[in-house]
Design a protein around this ligand. Structure first.
Ligand code: SAH
Ligand code: SF4
Length: 353
């Protein structure tokens, strides 16, 4: 029987669990410090923690449950980690280096059930949700890799944009965010964390109500229902109108811009008329949203789609600008190692399973 990762506890949960087993709250503080500040990988290394407490923890938990299968480093310093879960499933985590710091893209599920027509992750149906310990474990894997390289830099940003639909694994994703935000632990600022969703409107509302203060990105990808349903079948169940309503609810409670992600697919959604429709959809939210144009990374199995021409990207961008819509083009990292979003869980995994 595998033991779960202790990273799965938020600080309050750890305090509660230790309390139930007769340990004072100050013990939880000590253990937390060893896990996230000193970053030890074995309980016995927590030298100032009471021996009975360590024995109890070791009886019930492991620290890290993710094994490193392989690691690929790109010319631009991006590293893609292929990690092995206790049940043998493989997931991917990506470290990207920016001028503003280190960011990590985490996976939340093994596979994805949303099945967007352009996405490599959606090719494999979800086999299970990751536990919060496995999601936190990805950040710790990367941070410990940095520690070992003695580069001294800390993971400063997180994007929840790896394999899976984070809002389809809601509670574990929320626990993960609480853990990485904790001021006495990794202390990653809420404003440096972005969760991307394919648009589960009810969950956007529930997420807003948790008051986590993190950024929201929504995969829109089309300016009207007909086209969006063609690209993302989830749009049939949750069309653009309820989605925009949920976004408005988030905007009413957060002083943060929402990112609208828009993959440019050649001759599918990348024409000037689509940009104009998108500007209309944005409407009077112009000060409140940012459209992020994403150059498509071709996926072998989805050969019906191609990346838009540079010229079409430019025209799309300029059209939005002229309509006073805030717009950016996503910088790509690690394209030489297929580390871009949506390319995850692709070639190597198919070769290994
Ligand atoms: N499931 C969530 C988060 C993971 S996908 C979501 O869909 O938002 C993260 C981002 O990568 C999404 O905007 C997704 O649409 C995009 N993406 C997926 N496949 C891609 C591909 N082949 N090229 C570029 N972006 C892709
Ligand atoms: Fe799942 Fe996101 Fe890929 Fe759609 S784009 S299949 S929601 S991971």
């Amino acid at each position: 029987m595998h033991k779960p990762s202790i990273y799965g506890f938020t600080f309050d949960q750890l305090t509660g669990w230790l309390g139930e087993h007769g340990h004072k709250p100050s013990r939880a503080r000590q253990v937390w410090d060893w896990l996230y500040r000193k970053r030890v990988t074995a309980f016995e290394a927590m030298t100032d923690v009471n021996g009975a407490c360590l024995a109890l923890l070791a009886e019930h938990f492991e620290i890290q449950t993710l094994g490193e299968h392989t690691k690929q480093e790109s010319a631009d310093g991006t590293i893609k980690f292929l990690l092995k879960l206790q049940d043998g499933n493989l997931i991917e985590t990506v470290l990207m280096r920016h001028k503003f710091g280190l960011s990590v893209c985490v996976t939340t599920q093994v596979g994805c059930n949303i099945g967007c027509s352009f996405c490599a992750s959606g090719l494999l149906a979800k086999s299970r949700d990751l536990t919060s310990g496995e999601i936190v474990g990805q950040i710790m894997k990367v941070q410990l890799h940095q520690d070992a390289a003695q580069q001294g830099d800390l993971v400063s940003h997180i994007v929840v944009m790896g394999i899976g639909e984070p809002f389809d694994n809601f509670e574990n994703m929320v626990d993960f965010i609480e853990t990485v935000k904790d001021h006495k632990g990794l202390a990653i600022g809420a404003r440096h964390i972005t969760v991307s969703t394919s648009g589960l409107a009810d969950k956007i509302v529930a997420f807003t109500d948790r008051n986590l203060g993190v950024n929201l990105a929504v995969s829109l990808h089309a300016p009207n229902n007909e086209l969006r349903t063609r690209i993302m079948k989830i749009n049939r169940a949750i069309p653009i109108e309820p989605l925009m309503k949920a976004i408005d609810y988030y905007l009413s409670k957060n002083k943060r811009r929402v990112t609208l992600e828009y993959i440019l697919l050649k001759d599918v959604n990348d024409r000037k008329e689509h940009a104009l429709q998108l500007a209309e959809l944005v409407g009077d939210r112009r000060q409140l949203v940012n459209v992020n144009l994403i150059p498509y990374n071709p996926v072998d199995e989805h050969s019906q789609y191609q990346r838009s021409e540079q010229e079409s990207i430019r025209i799309f961008y300029d059209t939005l600008k002229k309509q006073s819509v805030s717009v950016s083009v996503r910088l790509e990292h690690g394209t030489d190692i297929d580390a871009a979003c949506g390319q995850l869980r692709s070639k190597q995994i198919k070769a290994t399973v």
